[in-house]
Design a protein around this ligand. Structure first.
Ligand code: ZN
Length: 296
């Protein structure tokens, strides 16, 4: 039996699983993110139980991450507000414990890969997965390949117009204040309105502003990559009423420019939720382990 390992490494939990595909995810465990030693120790212990069958492990991790295989810091988290995790190498403990390929990507690039292989972006060559939750981050597949430059993309930190008279909220990003993440992430909603996104009523005016900000961010991504589809995941997007509002704002802001057929009509098939739901990241890590490409 050949099995593949998947790790979705997040700031609050590490989800680990072994399997061979979306219909065969077994032994899923949830390990709370505590100290790096304890957390990674428990991750290694989990996979040891499958040692003889395991062929490779894929990791989709919070970042920023050093993903350059030629860098001496390959596999490390250079800086993170998560206490104790700056400078931690995520790959090393796994490489030392298992002599199999360990593949690492950002959580959002992994989620994009998962959606491309088995979810809402099957058959597409160029698409974006954006998560809107405790942070905002985007992964992109361009011409069938995960997009990296000198670093992986950091789409949550693009700058968008911010009218401080209408919305005096300064933003929550520790680096930029009012970048997209600073204005539209879950913590930004909570800080601005004094209520968590889950408890904010659906008819609260905050949602219209949220849709406008997210649409402004999407316009930037759209004009640069012209993806064939945009998938919006993450906790904040659990409010499904955001989807029609965001589509409306994107149409409004584009003004009919970008005459691509996919951008005609109501955008119902263009800006969509993840088909894999909250398993996009974990299944993406599995796709990474299986060395899958989104177009098969
Ligand atoms: Zn920022």
């Amino acid at each position: 039996m050949e099995l593949y390992g998947a790790i979705e490494a997040g700031g609050t939990k590490f989800l680990c699983a072994v399997g061979t595909g979306p219909g065969d995810l077994r032994a899923v465990v949830r390990i709370p993110t505590t100290t790096p030693e304890e957390t990674l120790g428990r991750v290694v212990a989990f996979f040891r139980g499958f040692r003889s069958e395991l062929r490779a492990i894929g990791v989709g991790a919070f970042g920023p991450l050093d993903l350059n295989p030629n860098s001496p810091a390959f596999g490390t988290i250079p800086t993170t507000p998560k206490p104790g995790w700056s400078g931690v190498n995520l790959l090393k403990p796994l490489q030392e414990a298992f002599r199999i390929p360990i593949r690492l990507e950002t959580d959002v690039n992994a989620a994009a890969l998962g959606e491309g292989c088995w979810g809402a972006a099957q058959g597409l060559e160029t698409f974006v997965y954006l998560t809107v939750g405790t942070g905002i981050g985007g992964g992109a597949i361009v011409h069938g390949r995960l997009l990296h430059g000198a670093l992986h993309p950091e789409m949550g930190h693009i700058r968008i117009p911010h009218d401080r008279e209408r919305d005096p909220f300064p933003g929550v990003c520790p680096f930029h204040g009012d970048c997209l993440e600073g204005l539209a992430s879950g913590p930004a909603l909570e800080a601005r309105w004094g209520q968590s996104p889950e408890s904010l009523p659906e008819d609260h005016p905050g949602w219209e502003l949220e849709a406008e900000y997210l649409a402004l961010g999407l316009i930037d991504i759209l004009c640069v990559l012209v993806p064939e589809r945009i998938i919006l995941g993450g906790g904040v997007m659990q409010n499904r009423s955001l989807f029609p509002r965001i589509r409306w704002w994107v149409k409004e802001l584009l003004k009919g420019y970008l005459p691509a057929p996919v951008l005609r009509g109501d955008l119902d098939d263009y800006i969509v939720p993840p088909a894999l739901g909250d398993q996009a990241g974990l299944l993406g890590a599995l796709a990474l382990a299986m060395d899958k490409a989104p177009l098969g």
